[in-house]
Design a protein around this ligand. Structure first.
Ligand code: GPP
Ligand code: MG
Ligand code: MG
Ligand code: MG
Length: 365
């Protein structure tokens, strides 16, 4: 009965409150609770003949990598779905299906981060040591990343195989996985020949990398899942997609800023972009504004692991007042996004985009 009552409340007051029955916290709790069920589905998968040892490894691996994030991406599936359904009833089953896709986005994120940390030679993630750095894991972690990716298809099959949108949902996930891997490849190959590459970094190069490595899976995917759940066709929402991609660029520029300037205790990870020679928003701006001497310092020190080189890059960033440049960019990007959002005709689409933007505007972590 309490659930019944919650549902009723939810329908009358769609996500106006932050807490209490029917409010955002209630959705969050219900979303969080769905994790255990999906975890059990995977651990009790009869077709896989899992040994106790295998089951223990998988349980530990997913608990370590999947649930510990901000859950922004997963919850966005729920938020967007409820906004799209506004006015009509959302049953317990429908809500759970939205949770399944929301958690699949979180699973995808876990897979991407686990593998990304190996490729970026990172140290910590979400306030803990990176999975691959645990002595019992190492490069075995590569297979764990692949396993996390396979879990998504497994869950989608289990819950959507009989649904009319099964093919659309599966195709969406395949498409996004391809785009994200290509983006990650662009990110990685932009760093392979040292100084020659730095000179090639510019904002167009940057935007292409980020659109693929971050925007599609972090911003477009959750909303696209909600659209498919609500019975919509994705081709009718290209305007929405373009704004979400733009939001992803804004988000990744923040990530790049935080990589260099934030306290690792706040963002839960230690930055490695300078050491890794990344085509980061900061180096792109620095190269665009530096004089010949400063460019020389950047070329000589960027992409080196030793802390003296990293410090030289950071002090050039500070001479160039990159922090201020970033804050100006953030304001401009935010205003531009608001204008694009307000030009959208569909009210639910506007609401979805606004709630997304609110979550990331001026974020500190
Ligand atoms: C973020 O880049 C991009 C990803 C995590 C996508 C990875 C995709 C794969 C297919 C593995 P980042 O390296 O700046 O992220 P972070 O700062 O969190 O390490
Ligand atoms: Mg990376
Ligand atoms: Mg990384
Ligand atoms: Mg980063």
């Amino acid at each position: 009965a309490p659930l019944q009552q919650k549902r009723g409340d939810q329908r009358r007051r769609p996500r106006e409150q932050g807490a209490g029955v029917g409010g955002d916290d209630d959705y969050r709790d219900r979303f969080v609770r769905a994790y255990d069920r999906l975890r059990d589905d995977l651990l009790d998968d009869d077709s896989c003949e899992l040994t106790d040892e295998a089951r223990r490894w998988i349980a530990q691996m997913i608990d370590y990598n999947v649930p510990g994030g901000k859950l922004n991406r997963g919850l966005s599936v729920i938020d967007s779905y409820l906004l799209l359904k506004q006015g009509s009833e959302v049953t317990e089953d429908e809500f759970f299906l939205a949770c399944v896709l929301g958690w699949c986005v979180e699973w995808f994120q876990a897979c991407a981060l686990l593998l990304d940390d190996i490729m970026d030679d990172s140290h910590t993630r979400r306030d803990q040591i990176c999975w691959f750095r645990r002595p019992e894991v190492g490069l075995r972690g590569i297979n764990d990343g692949i396993l996390l990716k396979c879990h998504i298809a497994r869950l989608i099959k289990k819950y959507f195989r009989e649904k009319p949108n099964y093919i659309d949902i599966s195709e969406l996930w395949n498409e996004i996985a391809l785009q994200t891997s290509l983006g990650q490849m662009l990110d990685l190959i932009s760093t392979h020949s040292g100084a020659n590459d730095v000179a090639k970094y510019n904002i167009e190069v940057y935007r292409r990398i980020v659109k693929y490595k971050t925007s599609y899976y972090s911003f477009y995917l959750p909303v696209a899942c909600a659209l498919l759940l609500s019975g919509a066709k994705l081709e009718n929402f290209s305007g929405l997609r373009d704004i979400l991609i733009e939001m992803g660029v804004y988000f990744q520029a923040q990530d790049d800023y935080l990589d260099c300037f934030a306290d690792p205790n706040t963002i839960g990870k230690i930055g490695t972009d300078i050491e890794d020679h990344k085509c980061s928003w900061l180096i792109v701006q620095a190269l665009g504004h530096a004089n010949t001497n400063q460019i020389e310092v950047l070329l000589r020190n960027y992409g080196k692991k030793d802390s003296a080189s990293v410090s030289k890059v950071k002090s050039t960033y500070s001479t160039l007042e990159l922090k201020d440049m970033f804050f100006e960019f953030e304001d401009r990007a935010y205003k531009h996004l608001v204008t694009s959002i307000e030009a959208q005709h569909d009210q639910a689409v506007q609401e979805i985009l606004k709630s997304f933007l609110k979550k990331i505007h001026r974020r500190k972590r």
